[in-house]
Design a protein. Structure first.
Length: 557
């Protein structure tokens, strides 16, 4: 459907009554000719505190050049971003998931406040990616999401490093297997420049997922942040948004049920982050599309794991790009009948048409054949049972145990659990339970990479299980169940686990079980009252008062 390219900006700058607005725009360099063209928001979350979004101001200039070349007037908009990796293990980590809502809200406000006709949203770190998609779905104005790209791997002692190696190095140092000096050498080498975390952690998972949904051009996300090709990708994105505007394609035209299933398939086939569950539920809600937590298990169970990606596999994100990228991944899945090829993308081509131009690097084994998958089913598993009646999510990359039963080691917050791991108080067979870290209880549902990586670094990754009403980083590996719902703060079953109780994680049965007599549980629940809120004012208090369950995407309303 063709759309008047100035369908919104007419009301902002046209006519004698809008003279004051034109005067303001001219004061900062825009001309009368500029204001007669479609106004395009180029939003990004550059911040001088982390590598993930550090290249976005430069990319914005390239996007704006593309918009101008295609007949539009770009205007730059900036919002915030929070680094999970830097804030991990601190109070600041509570700000991460909250920032998803703030970023989406701020983009929405700017788009409405300036009557933009279209938008390019440049994203980088974990929460900026779903936030960009959520904002577009809310606004439903023609738009494209552009990923800033993955960081290049570091190199140390002949192997590629990512931030995962640093987090696991903390556990190794605590366990005495490496020295503090060795840990600092890993620190110095792991992150060599701009870009988001360098494997199939949350950022790269969500960036590739948006390609499979159709909000980003297929093949754009896997180009690294410091790759010279990224500038051209940005220019072409600026040109593309003008074409999208001309065609009148809106985000909700693209975010369909089948498109969201394609996103789940992308994550499942590459061993992607468990955070995809939260984020796709949130995007679906904004787009008005029915999606629930059980859909992830159903789709993942029908999807082969064919991307040999860290943290569960061998390769980093730039290896996937060299191998053939998302087009090759889509081509493999389509050939096996595992993907909706008729889903239309922002380019106007279907997923199948985009995948037809895939070019495979000879001899690559990053993306393997569906005839010989790394695992017959995908990496995302939803467990329920009496300890998680509304569900929890676990990532199974192919080598994890399918059954673990052991005594609960109960901690009321992440810091207490980390202290126990650092003091070598956790032993093989234990089930670490971390509660009061959910969306309301945290608030903010902190990631637990510090704890999970420390367990792996301490040599307990194959013998200990962990469950929490908080989240995990995309870099987490091992038998770790997150997003346990309902959460402890609202009286979910996890609130009534006691030290020494037997907890069973049963992947085959899709159950998380609390092996305690029901009568005893009933006694524990008598007289239960919620803990006082940790914050009574400010953004965390607002968030805790309005956020939904993790099983609904932890969205605010």
């Amino acid at each position: 459907m063709n759309l008047d390219p100035r369908w919104r900006s007419h009301s902002l700058v046209d006519g004698p009554d809008r003279a004051p607005a034109r005067s303001y725009f001219k004061s900062i360099g825009f001309t009368s000719e500029d204001l007669r063209k479609p106004l395009v928001m180029v939003a990004h979350s550059w911040i001088g505190t982390m590598p993930c979004n550090f290249n976005e101001r430069e990319l914005a200039q390239e996007v704006m050049a593309g918009v101008r070349a295609a007949g539009g007037t770009p205007m730059e908009v900036n919002t915030i971003s929070i680094s999970d990796g830097i804030s991990m293990g601190t109070e600041g980590m509570k700000a991460s998931l909250v920032s998803r809502e703030v970023i989406a809200d701020s983009i929405e406000l700017a788009a409405i406040g300036y009557s933009f006709d279209a938008a390019v949203i440049i994203v980088g770190c974990d929460k900026t990616i779903p936030a960009g998609a959520m904002a577009l779905a809310r606004l439903n104005i023609p738009g494209v999401v552009l990923y800033g790209g993955s960081i290049a791997p570091g190199h140390y002692k002949g192997r590629d490093l990512t931030i995962q190696d640093v987090f696991e190095g903390v556990g190794q140092q605590a366990a005495g297997t490496i020295t503090e000096d060795e840990l600092e050498r890993i620190v110095d080498a792991a992150c060599p420049g701009a870009g988001a975390c360098g494997a199939q952690y949350t950022a790269n998972t969500m960036a590739t997922v948006l390609e499979f949904i159709g909000l980003s051009p297929m093949g754009s996300a896997t180009v690294g942040a410091t790759d010279p090709r990224k500038e051209n990708v940005a220019v072409e994105t600026g040109k593309l948004v003008m074409d999208v505007l001309k065609r009148g394609v809106r985000p909700r035209d693209l975010i369909t049920r089948k498109a969201l299933e394609n996103g789940i398939i992308c994550a499942a086939s590459t061993g992607g982050s468990t955070n995809v569950v939260l984020h796709l539920l949130a995007i679906a809600r904004e787009a008005g599309v029915e999606l629930n937590i059980d859909d992830f298990d159903r789709v993942s169970d029908a999807t082969p794991l064919i991307g040999d990606m860290r943290p569960g596999g061998r390769y980093v994100a730039l290896d996937m790009d060299r191998a053939g990228g998302t087009k090759l991944l889509a081509s493999r899945l389509l050939a096996a009948g595992k993907l909706h090829g008729d889903v239309v993308t922002v380019t106007g081509k279907t997923v199948a048409e985009e995948a037809a131009s895939a070019v495979e690097q000879p001899g690559q084994d990053v993306i393997v054949s569906t005839d010989h998958p790394l695992k017959a089913t995908g990496g995302l598993v939803i467990l329920k049972g009496n300890l998680a009646p509304d569900g929890c999510v676990i990532k199974v990359a192919g080598h994890e145990r399918l059954l673990h039963s052991g005594p609960a080691r109960v901690y009321e917050c992440e810091e207490d659990a980390f202290a126990a791991v650092s003091a070598n108080l956790i032993v093989a067979g234990d089930v670490v339970v971390i509660r009061n870290e959910g969306p309301k209880g945290g608030p903010g549902m902190r990631e637990m990479l510090g704890v999970t990586a420390a367990l792996v670094g301490a040599g307990l990754g194959e013998t200990v299980a962990l469950l929490t009403d908080g989240r995990f980083s995309g870099a987490t590996r091992g038998l770790m169940a997150g997003h346990v719902a309902p959460e402890a703060a609202i009286g979910g079953p996890i609130a009534f686990v006691r030290e020494g109780d037997t907890i069973t994680v049963d992947i085959a049965a899709r159950e998380l079980r609390h092996e305690v007599d029901p009568a005893e549980l009933a006694r524990r629940k008598e007289g239960w009252t919620p803990r006082p809120p940790k914050y009574t004012r400010g953004v965390f208090a607002k968030y805790a008062a309005s956020v939904s369950s993790a099983a609904q995407g932890a969205v605010t309303s």
